[in-house]
Design a protein around this ligand. Structure first.
Ligand SMILES: C[S@@+](CC[C@H](N)C(=O)[O-])C[C@H]1O[C@@H](n2cnc3c(N)ncnc32)[C@H](O)[C@@H]1O
Length: 240
């Protein structure tokens, strides 16, 4: 019998995972309506197994979150961890009476969860979000595609991506990029300089010893190398 990935049906059945691009691009310009509030909308690209995504959901209960990922197991695991984070939040602070009312009115939001996971290439940010629809973008340890010269074109942080993500971000808001790949980091900085769009708010060649280091916010990938001497690089770009 041919192998069937057991995570495909799990993803299809999960109410907060959207697999088809045709379905999620319908929400472009209308994400406020989807979440039924105009709180900041945060995007994480390449959520992996969802540690950082669920950490954000726990920490920032007044924001909405969208995750983009490609692989089924990772999509599903991110959603599962996000559900646990939402449940922990609601047991800490039960819904206010106004939210209960809202829940009754809007069936689709009856679980009151502030997240959604899309099976999507980060490169399609402009297909999914309209101008100034996003507040923050997080990209942690994207695949560097560095093994052969011709693979470089697959890197997420390209000229086009940095332009498109700039247009989708609100003024005064930010893009975060963390990597262990020095060459990818420096190539990105070079593109940012040439583009003249984003303002560099922070460049760190030693994230683990920097002021912004957050030991609670460790991603799965980062956890693999944390004990080693590996350097992590961190960049924050701001739209002004
Ligand atoms: C090295 S892992 C890092 C995962 C997570 N951010 C972490 O730090 O543990 C890169 C992740 O990005 C996903 N990915 C790779 N290319 C992508 C793309 N173009 N768009 C969205 N996700 C992508 C991969 O499936 C993988 O889960």
């Amino acid at each position: 019998m041919p192998y069937e990935n057991p995570y495909i049906p799990k993803c299809r059945e999960h109410p907060r995972i959207i697999l088809s691009k045709e379905d999620y691009i319908l929400h472009k310009w209308k994400w406020e309506k989807y979440f039924w509030n105009n709180d900041p909308l945060v995007l994480e690209i390449g959520t992996g197994m969802g540690n950082y995504f669920s950490y954000m959901l726990t920490k920032y209960t007044n924001k909405n979150f969208i995750g983009m990922e490609l692989r089924y197991k990772r999509l599903y695991t991110t959603a599962r961890k996000a559900d646990e984070a939402c449940e922990a939040n609601s047991s800490k602070s039960p819904l206010a009476p106004s939210a209960v009312k809202r829940r009754l009115w809007f069936q689709s939001h009856e679980d009151n969860k502030r997240y959604l996971i899309l099976q999507s290439y980060g490169q399609s940010v402009w297909d999914v979000f309209a101008q100034e629809e996003l507040s923050e973008i997080y990209i942690y340890f994207p695949d560097p595609f560095c093994y052969k010269q011709k693979q470089l074109k697959h890197r997420l942080l390209s000229r086009d991506f940095l332009k498109n993500s700039f247009y989708c971000t609100k003024v005064w808001w930010v893009l975060h990029f963390k990597t262990d790949h020095k060459e990818y980091f420096e190539d990105t900085l070079q593109i940012v300089k040439e583009l003249w769009l984003w303002v560099v708010q922070l460049v760190s060649y030693d994230y683990k010893n920097s002021d912004i280091y957050d030991r609670e916010a460790i991603t799965e990938f980062e956890g693999l190398f944390r004990g080693e001497q590996e350097d992590f690089y961190y960049l924050i770009l701001e739209k002004k």
